[in-house]
Structures are given as C-alpha cells and as structure tokens.
Design a protein around this ligand. Sequence first.
Ligand SMILES: Nc1nc2c(c(=O)[nH]1)N[C@H]1C(S)=C(S)[C@@H](COP(=O)(O)OP(=O)(O)OC[C@H]3O[C@@H](n4cnc5c(=O)[nH]c(N)nc54)[C@H](O)[C@@H]3O)O[C@H]1N2
Ligand SMILES: Nc1nc2c(c(=O)[nH]1)N[C@H]1C(S)=C(S)[C@@H](COP(=O)(O)OP(=O)(O)OC[C@H]3O[C@@H](n4cnc5c(=O)[nH]c(N)nc54)[C@H](O)[C@@H]3O)O[C@H]1N2
Ligand SMILES: [Mo]
Length: 791
Amino acid sequence: MSEDHHLENEEEKLPSAIPPYQLLDLTTTGPKSWAAGIPAVAASLSDLIVNKTVLRGGKALFKMNQFNGFDCPSCGWPDPDDDRSPIAEYCENGAKALAEEATTKKVTADFFAKNSIYDLAKLNDYEIGHFGRLTEPMYLPKGGTHYQPIGWDEAFQKIAGHLNALESPDEAAFYTSGRLSNEASFVYQLFVREFGTNNFPDCSNMCHETSGFAMWPTLGVGKGTVKLHDFYDTDVIVIVGQNPGTNSPRMMSALEKGRKNGAKVIAINPLPEAGLMHFRNPQEISGVLGNGGQLADLYLPVKINGDMALIKAIEWLLLDFEKKSPGKIIDHAFIQNKTGGYQAFAEHLAGYDFDELVAHTGVAGDAIYQAAEMMAAKKRIIICWGMGLTQQPNGVDILREIINLLLLKGSIGKPGTGVCPVRGHSNVQGNRTMLINNNPTQAQLDKLQEVFGFDPPRREGYDVVNSIKAMHEGKLKVFFSMGGNFLSATPDTIYTARGIRKLRLTVSISTKLNRSHLVHGEEAIILPTLARSDRDVVNGALQHISTENAMGVVEWSRGMLTPVSDQLMNETRIVCNLAKATLAGRSVIDWNRYADSYDAVRDDIEKCIAGFEDYNVRVVQKGGFYLPNPARDGHFKSEYGDKAAFTVATLPGDTLAAHEYLMATTRTHDQFNTTIYGLDDRYRGIHNERRVIFMNENDIKKAGWKAGDKVDLFNYDDGVERIAPLFIIVSYPIPERNTVTYFPETNVLVSINNVVKESNMPASKHVKIRIRPHDPRIYERIETARLRTNI
Ligand SMILES: Nc1nc2c(c(=O)[nH]1)N[C@H]1C(S)=C(S)[C@@H](COP(=O)(O)OP(=O)(O)OC[C@H]3O[C@@H](n4cnc5c(=O)[nH]c(N)nc54)[C@H](O)[C@@H]3O)O[C@H]1N2
Ligand SMILES: Nc1nc2c(c(=O)[nH]1)N[C@H]1C(S)=C(S)[C@@H](COP(=O)(O)OP(=O)(O)OC[C@H]3O[C@@H](n4cnc5c(=O)[nH]c(N)nc54)[C@H](O)[C@@H]3O)O[C@H]1N2
Ligand SMILES: [Mo]
C-alpha cells in the first residue's frame, strides 16, 4: 500500500521541507493498559543492537544518571537524591537517546559529496537521522547542492563576517534547544549579548513558556515547587495533559512509590495512555515478570481543551462540600494569610452552574464528583502537567486555574504538595536559569553589566514565533541554531521554510543530521559537536559540565565515550572561538579563559546568578545541590505582596463548525521530538506507521468511513488552506470530535498565528482540522494552494 510522493518544485530544485508522503505498512493492536516490563527492557537492548553500539552503549548505560556518571540526554526528570540503582538508573527511552548519540556510524565529507541536499530531503526523518554522527564542519555555498568541508577557522571567519555585516545585531537570532549544558548556555548568551541582541528564540517557547507565564504572577517563581521526595509522601497526585510512560518514564517509579505509601493518582487525558493506567517496574524482578500495579485510581477522559471546565467543576464541588462541612474542606487560614484575590475568585466560580461546567468537559459528572471527593478531605496534593495544557490557546489560564485549586486547599509551599510542570529537554530549565531568554529582567541584565562591564541590550528579543515572522519581514538575516531542529519543531512548516530560505546565512551546531540542515539560508554551515555521553578533554584535562533537572537540582555530568571524530569541538569552545572572531578587539571578555576550563565559566556564573555560591565545589558533591525556590518554602510573591494570587478566568468560548475536528499533535513512544528512533508507538498499539489519525469510533461511523481508510487533513486558519495528505484512520478511545496525530508530520497544519495567549507558544494541541477521503489529486492542489497563498 505504498504511494510515494514528494512536495518539491522540480524547477527550483528545492529540498523538501516535509517528510515524504509515503505510507509504510500499518498494523494496530489497540491501546495497551500497562507500561514497561519485559518489552521495555528488550527494547532498550534492541536499540543499542540496531545502532551497533552494544559495547559502547552498554558500558555507557551503567554510567548514565550515576553520581559519577553523565546526565541522561533524554528528559528532564530528576535522579533520586540519595539511593540510585547501581546498575540501571535509566529507562527504555533514555537507552534509545543514548543509542542515538553513541552510534559509531559517521556522516563524513565523502557522504555529503555523494548526496545532494535535494536527495537527502527526499528521505523520511527516521532515515535522515540514522546516517550517524556529524564529524567535521561543512559549508554550503550560495546556490550549492552539496555541503563541502570547511576548516573550523574559516567557518568562524565566515560567520563573523556575516554577523559584522549586519545593519543591526537584531538582524541575527540565536536559537537554543534544551540539551545545552549550563556552562555552554552561559557563555553563549554572554557572547550574543555582547554582540548586541536579545534575540533568543528557544525550545521553551514551544514547551513550558506557558508554565512560567502562569506561575510568575501568581506564585513569584517560574519553576515547579515539588521535590522528588514529595511524591513519596503525599495524598493525591494529579497528572494532567502529560504522558509519563513515554516521555518521562522514570516518573513512573516515583508515582509507584507514592501510591505504595498511600497516595491516590488521578489522570486527566483524552487518551487512556498506557503509562497512566498500569506500570510494571522494569528495574524490579517482580515488575519485569509480574502483571504490574494499577497506577491511576481515577481516569478522567477529558475532551481536548476541556480542562478549564474540569478544574472549575472540581473547585465548584469543593466549595459546595465546604458549605455542608464548614472548615473541613477549604484551608481558610492559608487563604487568609498566604493569598490574595480569593473573594473575586469565589464570586466568579459561584456564577457557574455545575452541569454547565460538566457539559464542557466531556467527562461524566459522577467521575468529576469522585475526583473532588478524593481531594476533599486531603491536605497534600501535587498536580503535574505537560504539553496537553501548555500548548492550548488558553493554557496560561488553565494553569492558573490549577494554581487556584491548590491554593484553595492550602496545598502548595509545604512538603508533599505543589505544582510540577514536567520539563521536556534534559537541561531546558538550566538554559533559562543561565539567561537564555529573549525577555530577561532588567535586574539580570544589570548584573551582567556590573560583572563584565559591557552594556547588554535592553530591548526584548524575538521568541520562536516572532523569529519566523521576522524572517518573512526581512528583519532577520542570520539564524544560528545551538542544537535542535528548528524547521521541523516549529509550526506552519511551509511558511517557516519560506522564511528560512530568505535568510542570508543559517548555522547549526549539531550532533546528528536533520531536516533543518537541508532547508537553509543562502549559505549554510554545520558545526559538529560533542554529545553529553562523549568524553570532553580540554588541554589534557577531562571536563565535566552541569545541568539542572525539572526539580531545580544542579548536578555534574561527565561523558565517557571516545568521540567518533577528533574534529568535534565542544559547544563552549565553539562559542568562544566565534566570539573572538566576531567581536575581536571590541570584547571586554577573556574568551580563552572559558575555552580552556569550564571551572572559569562556573566561577563567573556564580558572580551573576543567585543560588550558585561555591558552584565548583558543590556541583561535584554527591547528588549536586538544589537551587533556591521561595514558593517551595511557602514564600510567595504577587500583586498582593508576599502572597500567592488567586486569578479569575473564563471558559474558552470557541466552538467547532460542522465537520470540524480538534487535533492534538503528540509524540510516539519511538521518538524524541523530531528525532525518530523507530516507527512504532508500542503503548498505543501502532506498529510501523506514523501517518495515522486517532478518531472516535462514532465519528468514523457518522462520516461513513471505517478504520484503515486513507484520508487527507486540512486546516483553514487565517483563510489559508494547509494540507497534510495521506493519513490512515485508527479507531481509538478518544472523545468525539477530538483527534490525535504525531508531530512533526502534522506541524504543516498548525498556523503560525495559532498561539497561546500571553506566552506566544504554538498551540500545537489545539488545531482545527477537516478530514476528507484521500484523493490522489491532492498533491497538485498542495502546490496550487502554496503558490496561490504565497506561503
Ligand atoms: N521519549 C521521549 N521523551 C521525551 C520527549 C520525546 O519526544 N520522547 N520529549 C521531551 C520534551 S521536549 C517534552 S516537552 C516532554 C513532553 O512530554 P508530554 O508533556 O507528555 O508531551 P506529549 O507527548 O506531547 O503529550 C502530551 C499529552 O497530552 C495529552 N493531551 C492532548 N491534549 C490534551 C488536553 O486538551 N487536555 C489534557 N488533559 N491532555 C491533553 C495527550 O493525549 C498526551 O498524553 O517530553 C520530554 N521527554
Ligand atoms: N506540533 C508540535 N510541535 C512541537 C511539539 C509538539 O508537541 N507538537 N513540541 C515542542 C517541544 S515541547 C519542543 S521542546 C520542541 C523541540 O525542538 P528542538 O529542541 O529544536 O528539537 P529536537 O528534535 O529535540 O532537536 C534534535 C536535534 O538536536 C541536535 N542535538 C541533539 N543532541 C545535541 C547536543 O548535545 N548538542 C547539540 N548542539 N545538538 C544536539 C541533533 O542534531 C538533533 O537532530 O518541539 C516543539 N514542537
Ligand atoms: Mo519540550
């Protein structure tokens, strides 16, 4: 059933911005009701074997997340503070991430000489990613079809030349993906600010920016308030819009431990994700062999974007219970002493009718009643959330409503309580702490000025969405990517590709080849770098870097694998060399000092950022150190002074037109963002296919279709037709009129203007689509639509 098409313009020979429209060979086995166990262990091993990295990877696996090892390059979930399993403090997906890095396959100059960017772009992202590690700097001249080798010095000179030729430093933007170490992040932002811009689009702008916007004005911090230990001793853990079994598998051990100690778990998700239902701990014999324990005590299959109504309904019931048992449900003392804005909040809530709220959720009123009852008598509640909420247009409002719920119960700023935004990339939180931020505070900039003596730019810079718009407006000329895969991670792929193609120069510092190297500015440069697991030796001394996990612990990390090429340069040194080439005599900073030792970088971080006292000493201590987090200790800040703030928000008003569906784009169990490890989504029972759309059985019937039918997907935001052709319908337990597809294949349907209010993140979990039977003539229409709308 293969139909192979490429969106390409034969005349211009442009490499495709989109993976080929090609079906593989789907088989479905239905959603699993449990996660991990033997298949997870087997999958870890088979990944290392497929990548022929058994010895390297196997040896490295034992060092991953150990006190003297390296930080797993996958997600940001913390390692236990005290006891770590001596052999296996990792998960299946950590093993896959390591296998990707530890591969001995190489992409060499010879490879690029043989393969044009046009031909490479015809491959799917799984194929592109599996050629191996990048090994030497490469350059694509204007009009070129093949990357050619370039020396490091020449590459730095070329980039510097472009940067210095700009009319203003604001014509360049500097992207960051969240794997970058604290040390490299700090040096990177220092160079970019001395150069003169705050244009720091970063992956947070697509990930947890929404969480920061919800938390700063209400709690006075931008980070989660829980520690790992809080999970072990709490009453209720709520997991909303997050898929831990796939995306933070080690969180499941914490949930299991909490549950064993008596906590109740509530899962709120349109999909019955395997990891939310049952868990077999693969690090215990009983877990590998047994049936696993139940995880969620209550599962609420909320409609996409029904969460605001759902949280309000729970709050409504709690206030109602309080009327019947005064003083028993709500924490009046906490509300009185520690918060402001309660009156307005309570009055607003009283204006809702319970049944009206329930109708917005898609969940049975009884189930919501059960959830409220589980919380009513309890004092310690933790609420975790992920992309299911942060990527909603009203995501900031929903998260503030969650904060209202916790404030009502006095369940924040005490042991066993709090908010837990589960971070994505392994050091995305550290990147922000290190000032990778397009909108820093004036106090942070003052500090840089005081310590270094240059005038940092004060203007707010571009975030991700505004960078793409600025490319179109001709306001950006140079785009520099510190890791990541900007083209495929961002929304509105064709629009974004067109923006990128208007640039004069694109530069990527990367470990592996990806589509962003193939869709480029007039000239393009790839600089290959070391990965987290690689040994990093500078002037004969083995270096360590450090990262901050999702709970604010800073810990050191030291790679151990022999790099696949002696041409790889570490990220800090790359930045220092570029700073020297670009700023030359203008710079007030001694870049050689940083390039020669990360200790020097850490000494200067300590001078600029609070909480890093004695950085070099404390970072190598067992388990690292916690950064200060006032809200964790019950010290809040908001418009009410030293108090947390209740807020008031309304329900989202928009409705679906006839024949419209809502689509959430999500990850499979076999990918890390745009890196495709494999073609299965085991926990959801999808094998050997990524072009699938999950639909409710009734919706499929009503439309006169059946599971297995081929369809095309459309979006019409801003009066533009966006098309993602050739998907297979999968019948799935999902609320009616809701659908789920995989990112990045459907990013082409997400309008650049479909963003989260305030945080300006792409609302990738809230895309209005239409679905029509697949028509082979669609490919012509895609070209016509693209030309007509000039996007
Ligand atoms: N193996 C692996 N690990 C990863 C990643 C990876 O790609 N692979 N990515 C990393 C990164 S950068 C991040 S940010 C995290 C992402 O981890 P998650 O936050 O788990 O992200 P998603 O896979 O996008 O899944 C979000 C969940 O939200 C649900 N959802 C969708 N819409 C709604 C809604 O309206 N309401 C509710 N309540 N739920 C909804 C979906 O069904 C899905 O279960 O994982 C990190 N870890
Ligand atoms: N539709 C839709 N879009 C989304 C999302 C979604 O849920 N739906 N999720 C969003 C989220 S949460 C995020 S975080 C972004 C992710 O966006 P990005 O962070 O930009 O994407 P990744 O796929 O993680 O980047 C992978 C690339 O990083 C490079 N890399 C890997 N390790 C290293 C390293 O150690 N150093 C360097 N220099 N490079 C390295 C490799 O070349 C690899 O190809 O995507 C976002 N996009
Ligand atoms: Mo993320």
